[in-house]
Design a protein around this ligand. Sequence first.
Ligand code: 0CM
Ligand code: SF4
Length: 320
Amino acid sequence: MDVLLANPRGFCAGVKRAILIVENALKIYKKTIYIKHELVHNQYVIKKLRKKGVIFVEKISDIPDNSIVVFSAHGVSKKTKEKAIKKKLIILNATCPLVTKVHKEVSKASEKNIETIFIGHKGHPEVIGTIGQYNKKNSSQIHLIESIEDINKLSIEKNNTKLNFFTQTTLSINYTQSIIKALKKKFPHISGPKKEDICYATTNRQNAVIKLSKITDMILVIGSKNSSNSNRLTEIGKETGVFTKQIESFLDIKEKWIKNIKHIGITAGASAPEFLVKQVIEYLQKIGAKKPKEILGPEEKIIFNIPRYLTLPLHLKNYE
Ligand code: 0CM
Ligand code: SF4
């Protein structure tokens, strides 16, 4: 069996930054670190941080006053930030800068009273955080849509000239483009980002899966069940017609899946550490697979710096 590795795969710049913020904070503060929501959507990363004493909470009210709180890579609403300030928490903001960019745009639209449509998955923390940048007291509103069908349910004037849209960062590129096309058809005056707000890491990983699908008869996606970007990779793999399975780690692989497979492709979501990819390769080699081959793709040079006061000469060795 040939093993083909997608490129790029795994950790993106936003995830690396979020983990470094927490690892550095643990070393600097030597105090309990509370994280609002899972820092990134990966069970291996979460377990590792939990072992180091990190406490994950869903509500700010569960954190004692004057503690240290980290906002997850997915970002938080304005209200959540206000609650943290009220409790005199020390806030370490691990929101990905690309999510923050969308926050700023939504906040600006709210200030200008521009009716806004947000394309994203209901209930996802990034969506809650981004929608929560829009002031609810406005006379204008922010509307969440998940599909083309949702467009028809919108109670917005067709000829509204003060209307714009934004998107979640980890959506399917193709599906989002079809939603935007339908939006523009219904609301000819709508404005929005030149492309969409889908991030570079999501885009590159989706393109890499499509490339992989052309040369493999099975694709394994390493990523947790609540990881939106990982789920999109699995969805895209399936859409290409290639047998695709999403796994948390090598322990989830069923031998019957790979019995007659000749070319297996492996990729990993933006929150899945390379360590998990290595474990899968080792497992496949133990049952006879050949040495893995890297499939060439665009090099990702983007780095997001962490706040200067948190800078320590640390690296992500334990996740590689
Ligand atoms: O947004 P998603 O569910 O894909 O989150 P993740 O933690 O799996 O990936 C990194 C991010 C962000 C924002
Ligand atoms: Fe940022 Fe994209 Fe990574 Fe999310 S997937 S943390 S938006 S770079």
